[in-house]
Write a protein of this length. Structure first.
Length: 84
């Protein structure tokens, strides 16, 4: 979590949660960067952090998640370090 990063809580019901982690990983992939940090909080909820990039900003992520359909997300602002 060094440097600039963003976070989101992503959830859905059991019918939309299939392969959620793989779908979220593809949405949040930043070129030349490690993949997002994804924690499965519950059976249908993920907590996610990813490295900030001009191509993967919170508004872009919100739009991409909306395109997947059947998911809900709370996407936070960009922060830095552990407190971000």
């Amino acid at each position: 979590l060094r440097g600039r990063h963003c976070a989101a809580i992503i959830w859905g019901d059991e019918s939309t949660i299939i392969n959620l982690q793989q779908r979220v990983d593809s949405v949040l992939r930043v070129p030349e960067s490690p993949g997002p940090l994804v924690l499965k909080a519950t059976k249908t909820t993920l907590w996610v952090w990813w490295r900030w990039s001009e191509t993967v900003t919170p508004p872009i992520v919100a739009d991409r998640l909306h395109e997947i359909g059947g998911l809900r997300a709370a996407v936070g602002p960009t922060g830095e370090g552990r407190s971000g």
